[in-house]
Ligand binder design. Structure first.
Ligand code: PLP
Ligand code: COI
Length: 354
């Protein structure tokens, strides 16, 4: 992977937009900070990143992103602690996954320093934008796509890597109700499910719209072959608690290898919770819901953090999850966010100072 080694150029805004933002009422990912980072891949080389005011970008109508969907992204957060210090969570894992996604979509790999130092420089510049209200953080969206032109159905010769920052509140508002999917599939064996490719999300929108019309927030995807096993949700991996055992499905080439998922597994083990990583059948979950051994279901992801599921639907029947006083979701959410916000020890070495 060839790169240039010049320092990043920085063009600052003349006037910040920060005063226009209501930090007490932030939605998820809908306002953006003053600056963004842009890096171009041309002539076989990633050029030196530029930091500039957040602005629209111009692309040719024949840019391959529009026609063939070569596009990947990551989702990360920056957290400000009580002393005003800024932290990221396991950013090297996001960087590695970014290049795994890039490889699958035939996009040239990005050099590590452009990703990590790019994040550091941009976040430091827009540090004032990091919310401090409980439940809010700075959502970070690194992405790259085919900007090269041409209708030939083959990889582009030019790409853009961009990082944008969005001060954000919670991803879900209120209780989460999910529908276990019986017809549509998110991903297939040998496909791109494990990549954070834009098209994986586009493909979910229609079945999710159908679920939303029926009163659900998200779809829980099942395996494409039999629809008998739980895979993951639209924006998070899924955990199930049966009696006192916490279970999540194994990752595969159909499932995103979630950083929150693997962190939750580690924390749960550290807390003495019995965990299992194994296939979870829908019939097992339905039977457990009926006999009362299904105690909890929750999603885990960067945007979703740990989101308890209040009910799930399957074959036209809804199953409510009980309200618990000893919820694993609450306990694990507290522990992971305490680590992220530097409120507790980090025995795993996950925190990364910006
Ligand atoms: N699964 C999907 C499809 C996602 O989009 C996400 C979000 O990134 C996750 C799982 C959770 O992954 P992570 O914990 O790395 O954010
Ligand atoms: C994230 O959790 O960061 C994601 O990428 C999910 C996204 C669809 C909001």
């Amino acid at each position: 992977m060839e790169t240039t080694t010049k320092p990043f150029s920085i063009e600052k805004v003349k006037t910040s937009k920060i005063d226009q933002v209501d930090f007490d009422n932030l939605n998820f990912g809908s306002v953006f900070t003053d600056h963004m980072l842009v890096c171009d891949y041309k002539n076989g080389v990633w050029e030196t990143p530029k930091i500039m005011p957040y602005q629209a970008i111009s692309l040719e109508p024949s840019a391959k992103i529009f026609h063939y969907g070569q596009s990947i992204f990551e989702g990360m957060k920056a957290y400000k602690d009580g002393n005003g210090d800024v932290w990221m969570f396991r950013p090297m894992d996001n960087f590695k996954r970014f290049n795994i996604s890039a490889n699958r979509m035939a996009i040239p790999e990005l050099p590590e320093n452009f990703f990590i130092e790019g994040l550091r420089t941009l976040i430091t510049l827009d540090k004032k934008w990091i919310p401090q209200k409980e439940g809010s953080s700075l959502y970070i969206r690194p992405f790259m796509f085919a900007s090269g032109k041409g209708f030939h159905a083959s990889p582009a010769d030019e790409y853009k890597f961009i990082i944008c920052l969005a001060p954000s509140g919670a991803y879900f508002s209120g209780k989460v109700k999910v529908l276990i999917e019986e017809t549509y599939s998110r991903a297939a064996n040998g496909g791109v499910g494990y990549a954070k490719a834009g098209g994986n999300y586009a493909g979910q929108f229609y079945p999710t719209q159908l679920a939303v019309k029926k009163g659900y927030n998200q779809v829980i995807w099942t395996d494409d072959n039999t629809h008998e096993y739980i895979e993951e949700a639209g924006a998070m991996n899924i955990f199930v608690r049966i009696n006192d055992t916490l279970i999540t499905g194994p990752t595969s080439d159909r499932i995103l290898d979630g950083i929150t998922r693997k962190s939750i597994l580690k924390i749960a083990e550290d807390e003495g919770i019995t965990t299992e990583v194994r296939k979870i059948s829908v019939s097992e979950v339905v039977a457990a819901a009926k006999d009362g051994s299904l105690k909890e279901m929750f999603g885990a992801g960067t945007a979703a953090v740990v989101s308890p599921i209040a009910a799930f639907g399957y074959k036209e029947t809804d199953y409510d999850l009980p309200e618990l006083s000893d919820s694993y979701a609450e306990r694990l959410k507290k522990r992971i966010t305490d680590i992220q916000f530097n409120r507790t020890e980090d025995p795993f070495g996950w925190r990364f100072k910006v």
